[in-house]
Design a protein. Structure first.
Length: 219
């Protein structure tokens, strides 16, 4: 059994490098079949010895509901720059996802594609964000005929700004942020494990509510 490192608090997940933390060991059989990441390439000390907990990630987030959304600029699959600040005046939806061509992410993006008529009807700007490269996004979008813009956050800086961090070190959490026309976060759904994708109906509902709040405030 892993031993706690001297000086760590009781809620720390840091353990000795010989065995995985008992708090996270149960994830192995769940994650490995999904091919979210190659567990065999990492020793237990690298995969399981994270000090970041879901509670800490939420606490460190700078994109809580009711707060101004952090501004950023990223490049899309066409290698064009996209800036959040330039989207003022309309609702923006940020769909953070772990990676191109992974099973759950592919189903999620294809589901958005299949409901694109409903998304487009809201008039909102919908973008997907992962740490994949511009070239990877281009191939992913072409392969699945994806209509939404995919942004490359290769260093993971934007994901960290929004607190969209997975329990798996180095991975982006499957997350949804709905930002109103004035740049305020109105909806936040961060899933540090991300085994289940967000429901399109929930996202579309959040868009409508963000638009209603803007109308009610006289924007």
């Amino acid at each position: 059994m892993g031993k706690r490192v001297k000086g760590e608090q009781n809620n720390s997940l840091t353990v000795s490098p010989h065995r995985p933390s008992p708090h996270l060991a149960f994830l192995c059989p769940l994650l490995q079949p999904l091919h979210l990441f190659p567990l065999s390439l990492f020793p237990p000390s690298k995969v399981f010895c994270s000090k970041i907990t879901a509670k800490q990630m939420s606490k460190n987030s700078k994109a809580e509901v009711g707060q101004q959304a952090p501004d950023f600029r990223l490049r899309d699959a066409s290698d064009q720059e996209w800036a959040l600040a330039q989207q003022r005046g309309k609702v923006v939806v940020l769909l953070f996802y772990p990676g191109d061509e992974t099973p759950i992410c592919t189903r999620q993006m294809c589901s958005v594609r299949d409901r694109w008529h409903d998304y487009s009807a809201t008039g909102a700007e919908i973008v997907g964000i992962s740490t994949d490269s511009v070239e990877s996004h281009k191939k992913f979008a072409e392969h699945h005929d994806l209509p939404l813009r995919l942004l490359s956050d290769e260093g993971g800086d934007v994901a960290r700004m929004y607190g969209a961090q997975s329990l798996i070190p180095g991975k982006v959490a499957r997350s949804v942020f709905v930002i109103d026309a004035d740049g305020i976060v109105r909806y936040r759904d961060v899933r540090p494990l991300g085994l289940f994708r967000p429901k399109d109906e929930d996202v579309i509902k959040a868009i409508r509510e963000a638009q209603s709040e803007a109308v009610g405030s006289g924007l």
